[in-house]
Design a protein around this ligand. Sequence first.
Ligand SMILES: Cc1cc2nc3c(=O)[nH]c(=O)nc-3n(C[C@H](O)[C@H](O)[C@H](O)COP(=O)(O)OP(=O)(O)OC[C@H]3O[C@@H](n4cnc5c(N)ncnc54)[C@H](O)[C@@H]3O)c2cc1C
Length: 379
Amino acid sequence: MDLTLSPNEEAFRDELRGWLSENHPGEVPTGDEAGFAFRVEWQKRLHAAGYAGLSWPEEYGGKGATLIEQAIYGEEMARAKAPDTANVLGLVMGGPVVIAHGSDEQKRRYLEPILSAEEIWCQGFSEPESGSDLASLKTRAVKTDGGWLVTGQKVWTTLAHVSKWCMLVARSDQDAPKHKGLTYFLLDMDQGDAVQTRPLHQITGEAEFNELFLQDAFVPDENVVGGVGNGWAVAITTLMHERAGLGAAAAASVRIALGQLIDLAKERGVADDPIVRQKIAALLIEVEALRLNAWRGLTQIMKTGIPGPEGSLPKLQWSAVNQGLTELAVSIQGEEGVAKDSEWTYRFLRARANSIEGGTTEILKNIIAERVLGLPKLR
Ligand SMILES: Cc1cc2nc3c(=O)[nH]c(=O)nc-3n(C[C@H](O)[C@H](O)[C@H](O)COP(=O)(O)OP(=O)(O)OC[C@H]3O[C@@H](n4cnc5c(N)ncnc54)[C@H](O)[C@@H]3O)c2cc1C
């Protein structure tokens, strides 16, 4: 592929860079609540400038940006160290799924409040015994007058404690084969005891995610997305979008982190240590391979129109590089590296989740082996 930007793409980048230099909100304050409120305000500012739903078609309030523009956006945001948006799951997955599979009424109802961060979304897929093997999930949806009653437990539900809507996959037909008995629902989280969240604290001390308990939670018929029994196909669209969005921005952010690591090595007087140099060089090669793979993934999407299994490759590489990089930073810091309030220590601890969230490393390797390389199926 041609990596040179066209004049239009350069103009897009320069405009965004200019906007960011005037509108960057500064550092996210510490503390879960303060940090979240700050990111809501940041998303509102992005939305006002038309950047919140960059990839969404203009008719749904987006900017209709090309894939290259989306990649530029991800790179520029990473370069400027801009905060994440608050409604990240709604913007990256919820909105695109409603656009792809939702009814006209659902598009009218749900899309704008996602963009403006008025309604936060979460993703209720994983369960205590169904993570990688999502199709084995047990949460039941039973038909009732005008809708469904949902009972079961979800886990690792990021942002559930602040969400209005949950993209929920539940088993609506107990007798159908496991991939066929699923339905994709939009669950209103505001239902008192019927929908309860309990925070889960991560190794970083933060509580990004939750356990989610559902007891006869009601979902009206009009909140089924993509038709009853079609939940697997809709869920796959969600996951493809989750991985497709990641590549270019992830490559840019680890490139910046690598620069910081090099500065750290110089500051600590180990930049001429042959082992440290070797490790940094190996990381640089990985970072560059990640960047090129991210662009290769984009080329593939431009050809086929939909995110494909190639999106798994940058996700896999990014998690390995980020873990390697933060590990090296912590070891360079020596004793200080284990201090809880060090920025690198935080990043090292948070990076542990990278090889689990959004698909585990082992699962991504299976996808790449079977669906990208065409190797024989494991099962
Ligand atoms: C920070 C974070 C945020 C998350 N947010 C959400 C969220 O918002 N919503 C949501 O629904 N989920 C969320 N998750 C859950 C995440 O999607 C799951 O943790 C993930 O899919 C793995 O499922 P599991 O934890 O049940 O592990 P399991 O599937 O039980 O896997 C355990 C181990 O076995 C390996 N394994 C499993 N099957 C195979 C196989 N076939 N071949 C080879 N190895 C295999 C895995 O790679 C892993 O190492 C989040 C997770 C994290 C860490």
